[in-house]
Design a protein around this ligand. Sequence first.
Ligand code: LLP
Length: 471
Amino acid sequence: MRAHPAGPLHADVASSHESVARPATPAALNHLSSAVWPASARRNADGAIEIGGVDVRDAVAAHSSPLFLFDEDDLRSRARRYRDAYVGAGARLVYYAAKAFLSTSVARWVTEEGLGIDVASGGELAVALRAGVPGDRLLMHGNNKSVEEIEAAIAAGVGRIVVDSFEDIVRIADAAGRAGVVQPVLVRVTVGVEAHTHEFIATAHEDQKFGLSLSTGAADEAVRRIAKLPSLALVGLHSHIGSQIFDAAGFQVAAARVVSLAQRLWDEQGIEVEELNLGGGMGIAYVDSDDPLDVADMAFQIGDIVGKECAAAGIPLPTLAFEPGRAIVGPAAITIYEVGTVKPVELDRGAVRTYVSVDGGMSDNIRTALYDAEYTVTLASRESSAEPVLCRVVGKHCESGDIVVRDAWLPGDLAPGDLLAVAATGAYCRSMASNYNYLPRPAVVAAAQGRLAVLLRRETLDDLLALDPGA
Ligand code: LLP
């Protein structure tokens, strides 16, 4: 919890107004770096951004603003690259982590590209099933799955359910027993590695809600209990160390610790861990300075360490599984906003920050407010050669923390009616969106070969009013 004493200074105006480098030339502001923008992003003859051959102005004319716009081919090619790299490194299946963003179209696309899907609720399961994803391509997570969710998963023939607690073991075993099936399960192990973007810290004990602890023996105990239940089949272990991870170091520590449990199970109980699921968390670039390891290198390094650890432990090499979410969808989409107001605010020492208010905000992207996330933003409906000004792109919600991009240089002629595009908003933006201030959630559309398809339509005020029986 960050807190500051009450007083006049309710924004960090003094400390951060020079935190992003001023662009070398005005023209640099028009540049679309391939590190952060979708693969097909380009400026057309009008200087407007096109994605998948669709001009953002046309997309907004058709589906209103704010708007999430996916590059379908980019999303699909990321899915293929992750599948190829991790299958090449020893994975049986790469599951797309649906929590990053889910619609039936995306579920179909990733399935067509050879991925499974990791669902973390009955709702995500329902979308995947509606999309026709076969049950054996699904894996279910959750630290508090309801009996109804477990029953729905078992009825769908979900290939893996990940056990997260002792209660889970009993509930899954009972539901499988009632259904007359043997349900394959993994045990989620808390390995005491907490990943933080670039680095990781190993903690002595794991103070968080997920999984069963390795250090207290809870994970061993879970395996013992599962082995006694005829309606459950233990197929392996699971570990997820965090999100937006840029290198393989955290995965390597996690893999080493999970392999040590696998060795103990082999030596002491004669149980073979056939599958090791190392979760997701592969990071992406939100700004040019972000430098995540290339997918092929990351996959190779993780596969290599698992191989070496298993050889050293003298246990059979398990097949691997992974659950990337952000890395599949994050960079493949942008958010388009319309500028409503442009307000220069004087800072200390004569500096000025220009507050650019757009027609969305923390209801369609909570990540800046929640995680201090950084984003890249550019003028999308035209090019400009005006001098860059230091801006803060803010939303329209009744909160001063309603910030979309904390520090950005934008052209000094920016005006109401201009469209801005924020890059890499495909993951954890629409999926974490809210209706704060009764804002309808934006549409999500996908462009390919010059055509747009609706993935999720825009909400209407009638949708929101329909929830209120008194309205
Ligand atoms: N597997 C498990 C068990 C997970 O808990 C998660 C993410 C993933 C896979 C996918 O992780 P990814 O590859 O997408 O990093 N709302 C946060 C991220 C929360 C991630 C939660 N679990 C954000 O906006 O950054």
